[in-house]
Design a protein around this ligand. Structure first.
Ligand code: BTN
Length: 331
């Protein structure tokens, strides 16, 4: 199901040429200098420039000089990696153009033994999935990515990973003016009360994959024309910010946050992550109704426990913990 012909167009572009053009911040560069440094013949350079233009890069040519005036919002792994500075997350990235689900691809890569922190991105998913087997609408313009994780020691970490990923995504979105992202338990990120991102942590029990987690993150960054059924409950980040959003930048912000939080998880420093989660979720003290295995529970949220999950003082008087994986929340 993974086919390298399906790699994102940006994965195939001439990275050194682009790096040289970007390195001078839109200034003119002599074509001869480009050709010489990149060891390209004149015609080959011309072809590479045409290829970049074909991908949507605005490149001007005048008097044997070349300059980059515009760059499209493509998922370009080298650009995401630029200045990423993470220890584990995103040391290697791959971007597909169109794929079934980045979570499935990440499982394949995990089975092949890729290093922890490997990231799979896609411009578009044809079988994106959400929590509880739901379909996840994933057209172009969104940020769809999955990360291979193998926390050591491999304790019960799914709850903590969802918690950390929610904080990482909400914090990154909050960096854009006008985007006051909040967290809704168990795995939604909202802006102005509408869902803009979701998180899906998966585990498998097959031999060789035990202890591996695939962390899937989907952010509706700039998907135009949401389907009718989503319009009332979902929103895009771009709709709330004046500034256009480059998905590579948002991806970098999320991966950086995630790396920092993941290192904290590995050190066992869970409390501060839960505190950040609580401060962005405003769920503490709220009444909640949860359906789990066909039973309905009502009560008041008292805390978020890194391992046990959401702590709810039930109307019957005692405190019960709920993990997010198999619950429905009634609002
Ligand atoms: C949810 O809110 O139900 C979770 C949605 C998770 C969607 C992401 S998009 C990238 C990754 N690949 C998938 O198929 N799903 C996750």
């Amino acid at each position: 199901m993974r086919n390298d012909q399906d790699l994102a167009p940006a994965s195939k572009l001439n990275a050194p040429l682009l790096a040289m053009l970007k390195g001078v911040d839109g200034e003119w560069v002599a074509a001869g200098e480009l050709a010489q440094t990149l060891r390209l013949g004149e015609q080959q350079l011309e072809r590479e420039i045409e290829q970049l233009r074909g991908l949507g890069f605005g490149i001007e040519k005048e008097d044997a000089r070349v300059r980059l005036v515009d760059a499209p919002d493509l998922l370009y792994p080298d650009e995401i990696r630029e200045g990423l500075g993470t220890r584990i997350i995103g040391r290697k990235l791959i971007a597909y153009d169109r794929i079934g689900s980045t979570n499935d691809a990440a499982w394949d890569y995990a089975a092949d033994g890729v290093d922890e922190g490997f990231v799979v991105l896609a411009e578009e998913q044809t079988r994106g999935r959400g929590r509880m087997g739901r379909k996840w609408y994933s057209p172009r313009g969104g940020l769809w990515m999955s990360i291979v994780l193998r926390p050591d020691p491999p304790a019960e970490r799914a709850t903590m990973l969802t918690t950390a990923a929610s904080v990482a995504v909400a914090r990154a979105i909050r960096g854009y003016p006008g985007c006051n992202a909040t967290i809704r338990w168990p795995n939604d990120i909202l802006i102005d009360g509408k869902k803009t991102a979701g998180i899906l942590v998966e585990t498998r029990s097959e031999k060789g994959l035990r202890g591996t987690f695939i962390l899937g993150i989907g952010v509706d960054v700039n998907c135009r024309d949401l389907p009718e059924e989503l319009r009332a409950i979902a929103t895009t980040v771009a709709r709330h910010t004046e500034k256009p959003i480059r998905r590579t930048e948002l991806a970098r912000l999320i991966l950086r946050n995630l790396d920092e939080l993941y290192l904290r998880i590995l050190r066992g420093e869970h409390a501060s992550i839960c505190e950040q989660w609580l401060s962005m979720s405003s769920i503490r003290g709220r009444r909640i109704t949860i359906i789990q295995n066909g039973r309905t529970y009502r009560g008041e949220v008292v805390d978020m426990d890194p391992v046990a999950g959401l702590m709810v003082r039930l109307d019957r008087g005692f405190v019960r913990a709920f993990k997010g994986e198999h619950v429905t929340v009634v609002r």
